[in-house]
Design a protein around this ligand. Sequence first.
Ligand SMILES: Cc1cc2nc3c(=O)[nH]c(=O)nc-3n(C[C@H](O)[C@H](O)[C@H](O)COP(=O)(O)OP(=O)(O)OC[C@H]3O[C@@H](n4cnc5c(N)ncnc54)[C@H](O)[C@@H]3O)c2cc1C
Length: 443
Amino acid sequence: MDAADGDWKVIAMKQVEQGKIDVVIVGTGAAGFYCALQLPESTNILMITKENVEHSDSFLAQGGICVLKDEDDYDSYFEDTMRAGHYENNKESVDLMIRKSPDTIKKLISYGVDFQHENGKLVYTREGAHSTSRILYHEDLTGKEISTKLWQRVTERENVKILEYTTMIDLICHNNTCYGLIVKHQDDTIEEIRANYVVLACGGIGGLYEHSTNFPHLTGDALAISLKHGIALKDVNYVQIHPTTLYSEKPGRRFLISESVRGEGAKLYNKNMERFVDELLPRDVLTGKIREQMEKDGTKFVWLSMKDMGEAEIKKRFPNIYKKCLEEGYDPAKECIPVTPAQHYYMGGIWVDIDSKTSMEHLYAIGETSCNGVHGANRLASNSLLESLVFAEAAAKQIVVTWEDIDYDKEIDLKKYDDLDKLEEEYKTMVLEEMERMDQKNV
Ligand SMILES: Cc1cc2nc3c(=O)[nH]c(=O)nc-3n(C[C@H](O)[C@H](O)[C@H](O)COP(=O)(O)OP(=O)(O)OC[C@H]3O[C@@H](n4cnc5c(N)ncnc54)[C@H](O)[C@@H]3O)c2cc1C
């Protein structure tokens, strides 16, 4: 830590004494928690989340988290990320993510995260579009393991307070500087919260889709609020569809059949039980092939077989997927399961620089809600948890070294937020219209 950090600590301590909030982090997924843990313990941090803490996509991640396992893999990992992203990726971001990955994994382990290991050595798995096995995992519940441990570490910090069922409905902005935010509490009361810095860690946009693997409350609020205040966005129409989610007629969130299932040998079949595709193609290409096949077959799904793995291995390696399939009436050890593509991940988002700073002063964005260009046009499997953590740390560091105490004394008229249902609809429409506008522009 340098001299600037020393000054920062004095300022932060003063604010804690005065009860003023230094940093508000909007979102309690992996990105939000990790950011809170990288800020000095003298920082007075408030974290808010729209629902309860466990309702974030970070808790749902199954497959794993990528890591540069040795220097020899750098070129191959870089190329795999770029190829999956159609070479539209920001190379500087890709380099930073890969270079920072071993340290990030070490930190996670120090926080108590238990990755699969044998004889004291980490075990790596493989997913689509990866040239080699470089993914760390915890059963098929990697996201839950990481998020729970981060959450536990955060709750041990006296400087961090978490408010559940508290929704950001607007930012307090003046002259391209962010001074805090407006929130709605569970009882529908509206409150303004002033802070020196706001970090948006609001996740993806799956809630805007009928079929998505995401939590439905993730509706891109931060994007809509950014559009409203002229905060720059990037690649707004870059949405990833996951090729294999468990087909269901029921409404609600789609259950993901992780790519690592195919990485471990599961095969796809058409309605005549013939293989029709290389299962390890990049997600967007495989999604296209599956949709083509469904159209040819006149079906709403294709079949996925895990049978060759054997019951014991399926239960050991994918216990959660196995359990969920049984609940839905399929025994993956004995029969094929129906799978279909669904919305899964958002590559676009709020434009940020390499330090996760948005185009507005005192406003940062991290995780899926942000876009630093690391994924280009299509995310490589298991790069998103890693990206969320690496760039959350970048934001924390940048906040520390550029620390500035700010105040905005104008009163805010909270009456304009009276009709919250209308506001929510307006926000959804704004994002969808912007995505459509960018789609048409790119045609
Ligand atoms: C089923 C599934 C499986 C996945 N598997 C993998 C995998 O194996 N490997 C991998 O790398 N990635 C995986 N991903 C992607 C990865 O989980 C996410 O990209 C990543 O966890 C995003 O983290 P985040 O912190 O940015 O957002 P999230 O974890 O989604 O958290 C968003 C937070 O923002 C809050 N929020 C949103 N709007 C507001 C608002 N207006 N006010 C207050 N709070 C708000 C939410 O309540 C939530 O707390 C998977 C995703 C899904 C859905």
